[in-house]
Design a protein around this ligand. Structure first.
Ligand code: SAM
Length: 214
């Protein structure tokens, strides 16, 4: 490929990554459609929800819900509690709200357009928090995870998942992502950390941890 061709390809990939990090406009709607329909995305989100092992009365928060696949999985399980979601993208709030319309109407799901840098209030402490392929877009993840830890009840759980989407990603890329997430959670004061892996191509890593006050 010529230098110009390489530059164009790089710019196109950069533009695409930006859309998945903050979907906007028509391209953002297309990115949301891809995330909602790609088989690996669906498997990834369902798997993370199953690992969190939420109970019917739990209060759960997802950061960066995108088109709302995990929110839908959580809403099926949380029948007496409440599922909250925040995402900075207005386009994703619209798509996820459509996907979860019935649960929102029933008062079991609340989706808010907000960035993780400026968390809304959720009232009572939460039982669980998750973020799937989102932490990589946060500006100061350790500071944000400190704040999220304070929203949890003692013994509350967090799950951070990553399926690297950079070109050429392999199981080594996933293993490095797991180490990074593990390190972020430890620095933010979470304990009882464990790593699970789902064998997709590339694999998905999910790092689970607990908030245990001293
Ligand atoms: C790659 S998408 C993943 C969406 C979904 N979790 C999934 O796996 O299908 C990342 C999502 O995180 C959201 N996001 C990124 N940075 C964010 C931030 N700082 N605060 C809130 N949402 C954020 C984006 O708007 C986007 O919807």
């Amino acid at each position: 490929m010529t230098t110009t061709g390489t530059g164009l390809k790089r710019r196109a990939i950069g533009g695409l990554v930006r859309q998945f990090g903050h979907p906007r406009g028509v391209a953002g709607r297309m990115a949301g459609w891809v995330m909602a329909h790609r088989r690996s995305n669906r498997e990834r989100n369902g798997w993370v929800v199953s690992l969190l092992d939420v109970r019917p009365a739990d209060r759960v928060l997802e950061i960066g819900f995108g088109p709302g696949l995990a929110i839908a999985g959580l809403a099926d399980r949380v029948t007496r509690g409440r599922v909250y979601g925040i995402d900075r993208s207005a386009v994703m709030v619209r798509q996820a709200s459509r996907r979860n319309r019935a649960a929102i109407r029933a008062g079991r799901v609340e989706l808010i357009q907000s960035t993780v840098d400026d968390l809304p209030r959720f009232g009572e402490p939460l039982d669980a928090i998750l973020a799937v392929n989102s932490v990589g877009f946060w500006a100061d993840p350790v500071a944000r995870l400190h704040e999220l830890r304070r929203l949890l009840r003692p013994g509350g759980r967090i799950a951070l998942a990553s399926q690297p989407r950079c070109p050429g990603a392999t199981r080594d890329t996933t293993a490095r992502a797991a180490l990074e997430l593990h390190d972020l959670l430890t620095r933010a004061g979470f304990t009882r950390t464990r790593v699970e892996t789902l064998g997709l191509d590339p694999p998905v890593a999910c790092v689970l941890a607990t908030y245990e006050p001293d």
